[in-house]
Write a protein that binds this ligand. Structure first.
Ligand SMILES: [Zn+2]
Length: 389
């Protein structure tokens, strides 16, 4: 009897330990699988580009690092972003976007199996996040704030123009620090509730993408065939976002939704991580007309580093898209929006963003233009649009 109880306990222990390691192991494998780094044939960066890169204020408009089961304060080999790699890559500001739902399958049917749910269950997020998309977004905001609090000053969350000013003055002498701006990937996270715009703004979200892979209560996704525009709720949401000084992001939005936003926007509109149709003709990328109209709001187009945005993995593909965007939208309206950790393969991670600077040098951009593209334009936008304090 005593032996049987011991045996039972042992079995229970094995099951528990095995389960726990399964739970920590699976998200890591999924992370490594979806956020791979593909070694490219030409990893070298010229001395000029390296030195120029060290002198830049680099600011990236989009990454999804908060979704994955990683301590972002530690350097780990998985995925693309963590604090040590941001510091190593001289990235002064990273935008951390909260992904809350991503249906599987080619058609991104919103009722299809959600790929985020197993990740957060396995990642042991609080139970309320299992069933609530808004709770998933708020949890990720909390996570970034907690990371900053535990970072010993290495990571700062920027929520206001005065936060930004303080951080930038610190960074003039301290180079081993980085900062985050909070964003949301798709306003399905509102769960159809207007008042959640305020809840998100209160939690520190300063940029909100209207749609992700599927149409939602606010507006249409470019990945859906329906080309749905902004809904009545969507119009109220855009207006409230402007009042709360949250940046309206049309990355992933349908052409009609982009038209509808641009017709009512009174503040700068951005497409945080995208490409241009002229160099990569996919449904998520912007036409020349859209580039011009986003620029006309005083907004920005962040060029992604992944194949779906720029048509290839080599940094020269990024430079080609940047060249076209600059030619059409103007040098003050183009930025970088990597999409690091966005379930995409990359040729390099956050520690090697100097590869992009190198590609821009090779493409013939001068130092002043590169400074604007690599972060100057985004920092200038944040200075203009963030709440004062
Ligand atoms: Zn995205």
């Amino acid at each position: 009897m005593k032996l049987r109880r011991r045996l039972g306990l042992a079995v229970l222990f094995v099951l528990f330990a095995g389960g726990a390691s399964f739970v920590t192991w699976v998200p890591r494998v999924v992370d490594s699988h979806y956020n791979g780094v593909v070694e490219s044939a030409t990893p070298s960066v010229s001395l000029h580009a390296r030195e120029l890169h060290r002198s830049l204020l680099v600011a990236d408009m989009h990454c999804d690092a908060l979704l994955w089961d990683r301590d972002l304060l530690d350097g780990v080999s998985r995925g693309h972003v963590d604090v040590p790699r941001l510091v190593a890559g001289n990235v002064a500001i990273e935008t951390f976007s909260a992904v809350t739902k991503a249906p599987s399958g080619p058609a991104f049917d919103p009722n299809g199996l959600d790929r985020v749910t197993p990740l957060i269950v396995a990642g042991r997020w609080p139970m309320r996040t299992w069933t609530s998309l808004a709770a998933r977004a708020l949890y990720q905001a909390r996570q970034l704030h907690d990371l900053a609090a535990r970072s010993g000053g290495r990571l700062t969350v920027i929520e206001s123009a005065s936060d930004l000013e303080r951080y930038l003055s610190r960074r003039r002498t301290e180079r081993e620090i980085t900062a985050g701006v909070l964003a949301i990937e798709g306003l399905h996270a509102l769960e159809g509730r207007f008042e959640n715009v305020d809840a998100f703004a209160d939690a520190g979200f300063r940029m909100m993408g209207l749609a992700h892979f599927f149409d939602n209560e606010v507006g249409g996704s470019t990945h859906s065939a329906a080309n749905v525009g902004l809904t009545d709720l969507g119009r109220r949401v855009v207006k409230r976002m402007e009042e709360r000084r949250a940046i309206v992001d049309v990355a992933h939005a349908s052409p009609r939704t982009i038209d509808d936003v641009l017709a009512i926007a009174t503040r700068p509109v951005v497409a945080s991580h995208t490409g241009v149709r002229a160099t990569c003709d996919t449904e998520r990328n912007l036409s020349d007309d859209q580039l011009r109209r986003i620029a006309a709001t005083g907004g920005l187009v962040g060029i992604g580093f992944f194949e779906g945005a720029v048509g290839g993995l080599d940094p020269s593909a990024i430079a080609r898209a940047v060249r076209h965007a600059v030619d059409v939208a103007g040098i003050d309206h183009v930025a970088i929006g990597s999409d690091f950790d966005g379930s995409v393969r990359m040729a390099f991670d956050a520690a090697h963003v100097d590869r992009v600077t190198d590609a821009l040098v090779t493409a013939g951009f001068d130092d002043a233009a590169i400074a604007k593209i690599m972060g100057g334009n985004y920092v200038a936008l944040l200075e203009r649009v963030l709440p004062q304090r």
